[in-house]
Design a binder for this molecule. Sequence first.
Ligand code: FES
Length: 144
Amino acid sequence: MLDRFYQEVILDHYRNPRGRGHLEPPKIVQEGMNPLCGDEITLELRVRDGVIEDIAFDGHGCAISQASASMLVEAVKGKSVAEAEEFLQQVLAMFRGDVEPDESRFGELAYLAGVRFIPQRTKCATLAWHTLEEALQHTNGQTP
Ligand code: FES
């Protein structure tokens, strides 16, 4: 019953992705790829005064990768770069199995935590997050 609920949440993000599209410049653009399947994602961020004002993604991939990207948009929009960096490290630790998938901490992302026992699927779930990790390295808290 619970698993079915999780699946429905994931499919809802897949079918109705939050933040899919593009931002007007100026923006940071970062591409990422899952080397296991070749699926790609592009993240676009607008950072002003150290805050992620807006974020969007585009690309193609499986339901898990797209749902994870959609959840990422909801999770980090409005966060400071430092907060987003800290949160993404916690998310990656959750997918590694180092941190419990606490829903009060991770929200709907906790529903994706079942993939941490399946290495190929873990790559799908972390694709957007590793891409964000690279994108944040291009910020100094300011819009480029
Ligand atoms: Fe390619 Fe999941 S199968 S990202």
